[in-house]
Each structure stands twice: as structure tokens, then as C-alpha cells.
Design a protein around this ligand. Structure first.
Ligand SMILES: Cc1cc2nc3c(=O)[nH]c(=O)nc-3n(C[C@H](O)[C@H](O)[C@H](O)COP(=O)(O)OP(=O)(O)OC[C@H]3O[C@@H](n4cnc5c(N)ncnc54)[C@H](O)[C@@H]3O)c2cc1C
Length: 386
């Protein structure tokens, strides 16, 4: 078994690092953090230019045709540098669904714009009363001639405030079991009746509550068949369950190690010379290795034409929980230095560890909570009863 990613991936890693070293300046990182939004038009333009936005799409589809192993390399580097990937990344995931199940007109309209970074799309699944049980959505869409009238509320619609469209899960039939009465629409955000309220999270990230007050959309905005939204959601959710956090744990470890190598101004002793410090760093290093190997195994399965149905949720579960565990451990290890605020120029590593402590809990919630990942693994992977 060969765990290397190959020469092409290694070369790509070098290119991506070189770009990010120049692009992700401390000023840009601070501006992004203060905005609370993982989106920067200059970044999107730069990655479009380099062929890294639609990187995994085939050349026939207009992408760069990178292999899954190259894609995992790209992902590792971009997330490690905290590049503003979320806005364009979610947009591309939605474009992928449109490309698979949209009409020829929708494909011709939406997909090229997404690939060129001209539009941003947000996911509108979660509601105040339904998150994990996403099929329990209540936001109503009622047909009126060639239009639909949408009324209801979505919760945690990240990027809605900068988006052109929300990929919206609605209820179109209340007379059938919940999975059978759903329809998906691509709703233009900038129109009367769409009201967006900011929600700020522990990590400093902005997400949103979105109200739809009798919003009218044409039937041409419907993605997939009426009442067949669950089929569309199956395609959309597959990407979500493959989120992974290995390189973020790696970056945190690097910051902790750099701190541990610095001699104390008072005693001249280096924390890393203490066995307990080394034990904790070694435990974190093992978590980095396991997370990255799990991510790479998923890529390897894809490379061989298989789908990581179980391995994806396992990776999301392990790497998000490891990030939480080790963020807490590293902060405990560094003591007051670990609690110095992110972006404080006098804090070790610019306070990045403190940010990971606040960023990590959300990772076990969005893109499917840990409990939901365990359920998928138990039912699909181990064949346990529902
Ligand atoms: C920062 C952030 C960004 C987000 N961005 C988006 C976005 O852009 N678009 C979007 O649509 N959503 C988004 N979400 C919402 C996210 O997908 C949901 O929060 C998540 O699916 C959980 O749903 P919920 O919050 O309703 O919690 P609930 O589903 O109510 O869960 C509450 C608790 O109960 C547990 N639980 C629920 N059901 C079960 C079960 N069957 N078995 C065992 N335990 C269970 C959960 O694991 C959790 O611990 C975002 C969330 C956050 C925090």
C-alpha cells in the first residue's frame, strides 16, 4: 500500500502554498475574520484564474479535471491557510447538483456563472424546528399558475447575506409522508419578501436567519420534480457528510509546537522539554496523521471509482471531534498564552489557538452532527437496525 499522493499532487501542493503565502497576508486574514464571512471576491477570482475553483470537474464539464488525490491536496492546503473557501465551495457543491438534476436551461444559466465565480449560492435546509431531521422542513411553497409562493423561515443560512441564490428546501405537500412532500428551488435572494437577519456564532462567523414572506418564484426555479426534493437532497447532502478537519488540527499543532520551543523569559526553560508537553503534542500529532490518512483514503476510494459512503462520515466524525479535543488540550497546555485573543499581535502565534478553541465546536454540528454521523455509520456501515 502506497500512502503517497503522487508527484502531480506534490507539485500542486507547492503551487498552492506559493500562492497562499503571497495571498493570505495577515491583513487579509484579519479582514476576513472581522467580516465573519468566508468569501473574498479577489480570492475567488484568483482561484478561477488558476483553475482551482472547478478543479475536480472534468475538462468536458469546463473544469480542470484534477484527480481525487490532487483535490484532497488542494483542500488540505486551502483549509490549512484559512483561505475563504466556504462561499465559493458551497456554490460549487450546489452547481454540482444543478449540473446533475437541473434542466438544460438551468445548467446553461447557473453552472458557468458558478464556475466563473460570478454568483454565490447558499444552502437553505435548516429551520428553527428542523435541522438533523432535515426532511421535516415546513417552509411552504404553494403553486400559483406558473409561479410558486414561498412562505416560511430558514435558520443558519450561511452566506445568504452575500448570496445571489438560496438553494431552498420547501414543503409542497402536507398530505404525504414527510420525505415525499418536499421540493427544492433555487430562489433569487435579492427580491421583495426575502428578509435576512444576521446571527453571529462563537467562532466569529456570521450566519443568518432568512424569512420568506410570500416570495414569488417562477416554476423554472424548481430543481428536480415537484415533491421529489428528497432525491435532490440526497445528491446535495452527500458532499456535506465528507467535511474534514485534519489540516486545521495540523496548523494548530504547529502553533502549539512553536510555542513549546520558545524558552520562558523568566526561567529560560522550554515547555517542550517537559515530558507532559511532549506527550500532549504527540497525541495531537497522531490525530493529525489519522485525520489526514482518513481524508486521503476517501480520495483514494474515489480515485478507484468507489464512493466513501461510510468512510466520509467516519472522517467528518473523527476529525471534528479530534479538533475539539485537541483544541481544549492545547489551550490547557499553553495556559494563559492559549487564551490570548486571536489577532492579538502580541499573542503567541497571533492567538490562533484561541480561535481554534471557538471554531471547533461548530464543526461537530454543521454538515451533520456527530450523532447523525454515528447513526449513518451504524446503519449503513455496520448494518445495525434503525
Ligand atoms: C455555524 C453553522 C453554520 C451552518 N450553516 C448552515 C447552512 O448554510 N445551511 C443550512 O441549511 N444549515 C446550516 N447549519 C445548520 C446545521 O446543519 C444544523 O445546525 C445541524 O444540522 C443540526 O440541526 P439543529 O441545529 O436543528 O439541531 P437538532 O437537529 O435539533 O439537534 C440537536 C441535538 O440533538 C441531536 N440529535 C438530533 N437528532 C438526533 C437523532 N436522530 N439521533 C441522535 N441524536 C440526534 C443532535 O446531534 C444535536 O446534538 C449551520 C449550523 C452552524 C452551527
Amino acid at each position: 500500500m502506497d500512502f503517497r499522493l503522487g508527484d502531480k499532487s506534490d507539485a500542486l501542493r507547492g503551487d498552492v502554498r506559493e500562492f497562499l503565502d503571497g495571498f493570505m497576508t495577515p491583513e487579509r486574514e484579519e479582514a476576513l475574520y472581522r467580516s465573519g464571512t468566508s468569501y473574498d471576491p479577489e480570492y475567488t477570482e484568483a482561484v478561477v484564474e488558476r483553475g482551482w475553483l472547478a478543479a475536480g470537474w472534468s475538462e468536458e464539464e469546463g473544469g480542470s479535471g484534477l484527480s481525487p488525490l490532487e483535490m484532497v491536496t488542494l483542500h488540505e492546503e486551502l483549509t490549512r491557510a484559512e483561505a475563504p473557501t466556504y462561499g465559493p465551495g458551497v456554490t460549487m457543491n450546489i452547481a454540482r447538483v444543478v449540473a446533475r438534476v437541473g434542466t438544460p436551461e438551468q445548467r446553461a444559466d447557473i453552472v458557468p456563472k458558478a464556475m466563473n465565480g460570478e454568483i454565490i449560492m447558499a444552502l437553505g435546509f435548516t429551520e428553527p424546528e428542523s435541522g438533523s431531521d432535515v426532511a421535516a422542513a415546513r417552509c411552504r411553497a404553494v403553486r400559483d399558475g406558473e409561479e410558486w409562493v414561498i412562505s416560511g423561515q430558514k435558520m443558519f443560512t450561511t452566506n445568504a447575506h452575500i448570496a445571489d441564490y438560496v438553494f431552498l428546501l420547501t414543503r409542497t405537500n402536507t398530505e404525504v409522508p414527510k420525505h415525499k412532500g418536499l421540493t427544492v428551488f433555487l430562489v433569487p435572494v435579492k427580491q421583495a419578501g426575502v428578509e435576512i437577519q444576521a446571527v453571529y456564532t462563537l467562532s466569529g462567523e456570521r450566519t443568518n436567519i432568512v424569512f420568506f414572506n410570500d416570495v414569488r418564484v417562477s416554476d423554472t426555479a424548481r430543481i428536480g420534480d415537484v415533491d421529489k426534493g428528497w432525491t435532490v437532497m440526497t445528491v446535495a447532502l452527500a458532499d456535506e457528510h465528507s467535511a474534514a478537519f485534519g489540516s486545521r488540527i495540523g496548523r494548530m499543532l504547529d502553533e502549539a509546537e512553536a510555542w513549546a520551543r520558545q524558552p520562558s523569559p523568566e526561567t529560560g526553560e522550554r515547555p517542550i522539554d517537559a515530558p507532559d508537553v511532549r506527550t500532549r503534542l504527540a497525541r495531537c500529532a497522531a490525530a493529525v496523521e489519522i485525520s489526514l490518512l482518513m481524508q486521503r483514503r476517501n480520495a483514494s476510494l474515489l480515485q478507484h471509482g468507489e464512493t466513501p459512503d461510510i468512510e466520509g462520515p467516519m472522517t467528518k466524525l473523527f476529525s471534528s471531534e479530534a479538533l475539539v479535543r485537541h483544541a481544549e488540550d492545547v489551550v490547557e497546555l499553553m495556559g494563559p498564552d492559549g487564551l490570548r485573543s486571536y489577532l492579538d499581535p502580541t499573542a503567541p502565534g497571533g492567538g490562533r489557538v484561541e480561535h481554534y478553541l471557538r471554531f471547533s465546536p461548530g464543526t461537530t454540528t454543521y454538515a451533520g452532527t456527530s450523532e447523525i454521523q454515528r447513526t449513518i455509520i451504524a446503519q449503513r456501515g455496520l448494518g445495525l437496525p434503525r
